[in-house]
Design a protein around this ligand. Structure first.
Ligand SMILES: Nc1ncnc2c1ncn2[C@@H]1O[C@H](COP(=O)(O)OP(=O)(O)OP(=O)(O)O)[C@@H](O)[C@H]1O
Ligand SMILES: [Mg+2]
Length: 359
């Protein structure tokens, strides 16, 4: 098996109903550099599909497959993120030439730009790197980019009317084919917490199916209700870990930080195992955890967390272990936001000193 780049997510466990898509995308990636966008609604399964595709095509790229979460950053920040990731010069004038030189040598690459939000920034980035032997795969809820082949992503098997989750097939329609809801339901049933009939009765009693306006794309009643269902069955440690992940502003949290922030002194591993088993947490990098935006919204609605604790935790950690700044950079950006929000000059200077090490 060909290894993938260090920052690439692990091969997704339990990917369902995507054989057709993987076959087609594999062919579309082909051998010549291309640009593709997986476009679909929140939680339709784009990132999971992108990760699975990366592992599938990795041998063709001799392991040169890479993953960057680009969000809504501007061009210069995107170039900096890529330069830091590839270890090329990160000074303002050298970023682009350094990246172009690096990407032009060493063979073809497959680069996932996950979670695209800003059309202008991504257009400039792809244009700036035009001509390098890189196949770019963008994932986006919306994408207004010419020159990029849009591949629509819908819930697994929804267009065929079949269920991708055999264990909870009877709930497919009730859960409106939502893959996250089906995955959580599948986890609940597989772990023996409830039967399909229990879930069906609970969801019906709580009025699932009633027509109403939702707050935004991450407000998915199917998922919120399933979170309600499992909440009282979770250990207090698991509940506190979920609360941390629902309120943290940085990207993903390593196991030790998660246990400390959740004040879980023993049993952290068991708590995490429980959350993974119930499919409530994602593991975008080995040993680092996050919540999907939809689960995050559902958990945030029922928990609170003092955000100042994130500031103190990460600033202290990185002052003690500066070598980890690169890995924890999003927590540092979040710490800076916190310092600004509270107008604490001393706190801003502490983060600024740490950020200097990144530059
Ligand atoms: N094919 C699948 N098989 C099993 N579970 C799936 C599948 N697709 C999606 N899921 C479930 O849905 C969750 C959300 O998937 P994913 O993160 O890929 O969505 P997304 O489209 O990238 O969402 P967003 O727009 O918020 O980035 C996964 O963590 C998993 O629980
Ligand atoms: Mg995604």
């Amino acid at each position: 098996m060909t290894a993938v780049g260090r920052a690439f997510p692990p091969r997704p466990r339990g990917l369902k109903g995507r054989a057709q898509e993987l076959e087609t995308l594999d062919r579309l990636v082909g051998k010549t550099p291309t640009r593709l966008a997986l476009v679909g609604g929140g939680g339709s399964g784009k990132s999971m599909l992108a990760a699975a595709l990366g592992h599938r095509v990795a041998p063709r790229f001799e392991g040169r497959v890479h993953w960057f979460r680009i969000g809504a950053w501007d061009l210069q920040t995107l170039l900096e993120i890529l330069a830091v990731g590839f270890g090329t010069p990160s000074g303002a004038d050298q970023r682009l030439p350094g990246l172009r030189a690096f990407l032009s040598t060493g063979g073809p690459r497959f680069v996932v730009l996950d979670n695209h939000e800003d059309d202008r920034a991504t257009a400039k980035l792809l244009d700036a790197l035009d001509g390098t032997p890189v196949t770019f795969l963008v994932t986006a809820r919306r994408c207004l980019l010419a020159g990029v082949l849009v591949y629509p992503v819908t819930a697994p098997l929804v267009t065929t009317g079949r269920s991708a989750f055999p264990r909870v097939a009877a709930l497919t329609r009730l859960l409106r084919w939502n893959p996250l809801a089906q995955d959580v339901a599948d986890g609940i049933v597989e772990s023996g917490e409830a039967t399909v009939a229990d879930l069906q009765a609970f969801l019906a009693a709580r009025g699932l199916g009633r027509v109403h306006v939702v707050a935004h794309e991450d407000d998915v009643p199917e998922v919120s209700l399933l979170v309600d269902f499992v909440w009282r069955r979770l250990s207090p440690q698991s509940q506190r870990m979920l609360a941390v992940l629902a309120h943290v502003e940085g990207d993903h949290v390593d196991e030790t930080s998660l246990a400390q922030l959740a004040r879980v002194r023993s049993g952290a591993e068991a708590a995490l195992t429980e959350l993974v088993r119930l499919r409530l947490v994602q593991e975008p990098l080995r040993g680092r955890y996050t919540l999907h935006a939809v689960v995050r919204y559902a958990v945030a609605a029922r928990t609170t967390f003092d955000r100042a604790r994130f500031y103190h935790h990460y600033v202290r950690l990185l002052e003690r272990e500066p070598a980890r700044i690169l890995r924890e950079q999003t927590h540092l950006f979040a710490a800076m936001d916190h310092a600004h929000r509270t107008s604490d000059l001393g706190a801003m200077l502490r983060v600024e000193r740490l950020l200097d090490r990144l530059r």
